[in-house]
Design a protein around this ligand. Sequence first.
Ligand SMILES: C=C1C[C@]23C[C@@]1(O)CC[C@H]2[C@@]12CC[C@H](O)[C@@](C)(C(=O)O1)[C@H]2[C@@H]3C(=O)O
Ligand SMILES: O=C(O)CCC(=O)C(=O)O
Ligand SMILES: [Fe+2]
Length: 324
Amino acid sequence: MEASIPVIDLLSPGSAGAIADACGSHGFFKAVNHGMDVGIVETLEAEARSFFALPEGDKLSSSADLSKPLGYGCRSIGTNGDVGSVEYLLVSTVNSNSTMPIALCNALDEYMRIVQEVAGRVLVLMAEGLGMKDTDVFRGMVQRNDSDELLRVNHYPHSLRLEAPGSTGFGEHTDPQLMSLLRSNSVSGLQIALLDGTWLPVAPDAESIFINVGDVMQVLTNGRYRSVRHRVVAQAGEGVLSRLSMVYFGGPAPTEWIVPMPNLLQPQDTIFYKGFWWGDYKTAAGRTKLAACRLEPFLLHQLAARETPQSATVLLLNTTTTPE
Ligand SMILES: C=C1C[C@]23C[C@@]1(O)CC[C@H]2[C@@]12CC[C@H](O)[C@@](C)(C(=O)O1)[C@H]2[C@@H]3C(=O)O
Ligand SMILES: O=C(O)CCC(=O)C(=O)O
Ligand SMILES: [Fe+2]
């Protein structure tokens, strides 16, 4: 059967089960009937596009009050030499972005508000799909006062294309947090890695949202939900609309201890991961290259990769191929 992205209606009665299946098989799905306010999404898109159209110097100085790695960035991703044909704005909830255009700040704030609400609903369904009694456990982790939530707006202008068409827009990686919620315009480029290592292009859909499972969720669920490797391949097309995406990352508080959740384990189950504090994991992740397998040091050493097909996926995906 041809591989395809699972599509889930968030309002359907079977959505929790369908989400659990998708998070286990792909670590990724498209959600329809998500209820996000179209006007707020379109306003952020328009404000972000105006911001990205500013001269480089203005963009750099206008976000200079956001300390690295937050703020405006161009080509360089993280601090370890990774580059892509992307410019972006990375903001956290706790930052007051005083020197950015006020309309952009307002649009980011409004978007954060609606994306937190829908991310919360999805996290509840993710817990429900696992049969958890406390269906609020994941939402609770990302919606504490000190939770580590981020919003990133990525723009892939043709002018930044590094080499030939098909070159790196945003290199392959997994997202470190619990889950990410992505919305893009109608320009393609996003691809996800399947269990067998092939890359599956994700058809863009500006009306829908896309959910990624992140590293922390993979650990909390002892590998039942799979942190998906993904990348953006830069598209050709001078004069044509460029890709613009907005991604919410739901991370826990720095003091949250991340370990396979006891109430998801049966006595006979193998525990695949040792625990870590999110704060430490994030600091360590910040020192890695984008494509690194960041969970590798936490995989319990006595486990052979073949014993754990889902949780070992990330480790097995060093060499990936693109389907023709
Ligand atoms: C190369 C890097 C960029 C990143 C921090 C890291 O050292 C490794 C993880 C990267 C990532 C991927 C998902 C998100 O876009 C991001 C904000 C995150 O939390 O982890 C980025 C980091 C970044 O751009 O600083
Ligand atoms: O821009 C995209 O479509 C994906 C970006 C991404 O994976 C990220 O920002 O972590
Ligand atoms: Fe990502």
